[in-house]
Design a protein around this ligand. Structure first.
Ligand code: GLU
Length: 553
């Protein structure tokens, strides 16, 4: 046995499997040419970041559009940052957006697929097989440096203006003789395992990124930690092992990992494994007083996907928006293919932004408004019911009290060529339609805002006349003519244009008449189309409402 082999046996006497065994246990996937295997690898830190939803959407689409595999791996090796139970929640939120994995982690109790376990903390045995192999070949070693030693080192490097880290002459345990290593282990001195780098930071290496093309980066020379004292691997090492044995073809991850790529490539080379392809996705940025900065969990509501869900932005609007953010040609495609499914669009790496993607909240709102207006009544009712069941008991109870009535309300100016864009999120619904329900109406009429320019007597006269002559069995145009005629009877001009030329001759115009009726019927100055409001309330309730208001003037 070589010294390295003796060391490996000393550290991992119980690890009996070999890397070859793992190769057999996780065979190459049998997929058609060009099929991509991608993954989303969240850490369970308690919430789904908007940027993570973006990354997962892109990863999911690349796998789906190539008939590949999209899987989820839970990266829970940083036990300090872990929020327990949040892995399941992440999956739930992804599901809301229709991003469902073909395989992988589903919850702490369940997973699907033959390449697991998909939760890193359950993979300790697998990592150890690979680490033992590296130690045997002299490419990894135990490091006994204490925190104080490392701090001292850092201070020295800072003072000498040297590159910080554990490398070269600073890699103090990399050449420790075997007998000392064994003695230290026997003495019980705590240690971690480091990778032995063969690189030199004076060299440049050529790297290819699917989005950024060919790049030159500094070669790695750091002896990075691969196994921590808690027995779990670091991100770098877990990435090597997991993406190799889960047979990932494309690593689609945030651009913050680009600078670590030389480490990852050296790790792959040290195992003689072919590295996957890398695509470093743009980070989602925000304009803040003219400056670009990352969306921040602390400062920005829109950094958390849960915010959009709570507010009730429709998931199809949000996904549509993220696609515009992913590929610069998506919007144009959408304009030319209004009737197609969003996923008929084929994402490509070369249409991705290179310098961060700017999050545009206004655009999320506009897209949502546009798409909510185009839903059928049945769709919008079922979505409102679903959303309110989780986030608004008030709306939920209202809908359930009379679903047919709610459907009628939601059908106002829907299912037509140019539908009205009243709502951009489900939480807009209640404040816009509450007046249809008497308990809200009775509150609203306590604070009516009449037009000050029109006398209360004139308002009353108009309302009495309308109450006594109300006819709702008319089509919309005839009904509006009826309102004009009502106005004319009280000297309100039936044309705003004519009124403008000769304001003194009139008490107001037809718009003022409609406003008075609207305020009386809905308690508000703004409402969905009054014609439909009256039709839904019906003559009896409308007359009743006018009487109620007349008593208050
Ligand atoms: N767990 C890593 C993160 O949360 C995943 C990075 C990757 O996709 O490789 O950023």
């Amino acid at each position: 046995m070589t010294d390295y082999e003796i060391l490996a046996e000393k550290i991992f006497p119980d690890v009996l499997q070999s890397v070859d065994d793992l190769e057999k246990r996780f065979p190459k996937r049998n997929l058609k040419d060009g099929a991509m295997v991608t993954r989303f690898a969240p850490s369970p830190t308690g919430f789904l970041h908007t940027g993570s939803l973006f990354t997962s959407l892109v990863s999911y689409r690349f796998a789906k559009q190539s008939d590949g595999v999209f899987y989820i791996r839970l990266e829970d090796t940083d036990t300090k940052r872990e929020v327990s139970g949040s892995g399941t929640e992440l999956l739930e939120q992804l599901k809301v957006f229709g991003i469902t994995p073909d395989e992988g982690y589903l919850s702490d109790e369940s997973e699907v697929g033959n390449y697991g376990p998909y939760k890193q903390s359950n993979r300790a045995d697998i990592y150890k097989v690979v680490i033992k192999d590296l130690i045997k070949r002299g490419r990894a070693y135990p490091c006994f440096a204490t925190q104080e030693e490392l701090q001292e080192m850092r201070a020295k490097q800072e003072a000498n203006k040297e590159i910080p880290g554990y490398y070269g002459k600073y890699a103090i345990y990399r050449n420790t003789p075997l007998n000392e290593q064994l003695a230290l282990i026997d003495s019980g001195k705590p240690y971690i395992i480091r990778f032995k780098s063969m690189g030199n930071h004076e060299n440049k290496i050529k790297i290819h990124d699917e989005i950024r093309g060919d790049l030159e980066l500094t070669e790695n020379d750091q002896d990075i930690v691969i196994l921590k004292s808690d027995g779990l691997p670091t991100y770098h090492f877990a990435h090597l092992v997991d993406d190799h044995f889960m047979r990932t073809t494309h690593i689609t991850r945030g651009e913050e990992w680009l600078s670590s790529l030389p480490i990852h490539l050296e790790l792959f080379a040290s195992m003689g494994w072919e590295a996957p392809k890398y695509a470093h996705l743009p980070v989602i940025m925000k304009l803040d007083n003219g400056n670009r900065r990352k969306l921040s969990k602390r400062k920005d509501n829109e950094a958390a996907v849960s915010y959009f869900l709570e507010q009730g932005y429709p998931k199809y609007g949000f996904i549509e928006y993220l696609l515009t953010l992913a590929n610069s040609n998506y919007e144009m495609w959408r304009e030319q293919n209004m009737d197609k499914d969003k996923y008929d669009f084929v994402l490509s790496f070369d249409k991705m932004s290179l310098d961060g993607a700017l999050f545009d909240f206004k655009k999320v709102q506009n897209i949502s408004k546009e798409l909510m207006a185009r839903r059928t009544t049945e769709e919008i009712v079922s979505e409102a019911l679903d959303w309110s069941s989780k986030y608004s008991k008030e709306l939920y109870d209202l809908i359930c009290s009379d679903k047919a009535y709610f459907s009628e309300i939601m059908s106002i100016e829907r299912n037509k060529d140019k539908p009205r864009k009243d709502y951009e999120k489900y939480s807009d619904i209640l404040p816009i339609i509450n007046f249809f329900y008497d308990k809200y109406y009775n509150e609203l009429i306590k604070h009516l805002e009449w037009n000050e320019a029109i006398s209360k007597d004139d308002i009353k006269a108009l309302l009495v006349d309308y109450r006594d002559n109300m006819n709702l069995d008319l089509d919309e145009e005839t009904w509006f003519n009826d309102i004009k005629a009502l106005g004319m009877r009280h000297n309100f001009c039936d044309s705003v244009k004519i009124w403008k030329k000769n304001k003194e001759a009139y008490k107001g115009h037809v718009g003022d008449v409609s406003e008075i009726l609207r305020i009386a019927i809905t308690g508000k100055k703004q409402s969905p189309n009054l014609y439909y409001v009256l039709k839904i309330l019906g003559k009896e309730r409308s007359v009743e409402r006018i009487n109620q208001v007349l008593d208050l003037i």
